[in-house]
Design a protein around this ligand. Sequence first.
Ligand SMILES: [Zn+2]
Length: 115
Amino acid sequence: MKALKKTSSAGGTSGHRHVPERTCVACHEVKPKRELVRLVCGAGGVVEVDTLGRKPGRGAYLCHSPECWHKGVNKGKLEHALRSRLSAESRAGLMKFAGEIRDSEAASSRMGGVR
Ligand SMILES: [Zn+2]
């Protein structure tokens, strides 16, 4: 794992091919696309996690931070980004996914308490 320190001026890091970057709609950090999770507002206004990145529809991205998922899902960031209302069903599905991310990310350092 590489720990990226955020420096405001992007220096001359050589050897870096162009990596597609996306912005997390909650914290607005720009990250390589594969470090973000794509969410799509599909037909019928259902917002789903698009793990393969192939679903049609308006997309938005969230990073793996549980906080961002909370902000995105519960604080309206996603609704704003997707210009769509989140149904209770969508919300539940997304929070479930968020919980799974947290579990896999926190496999080594398990911290309970947040639900
Ligand atoms: Zn984020």
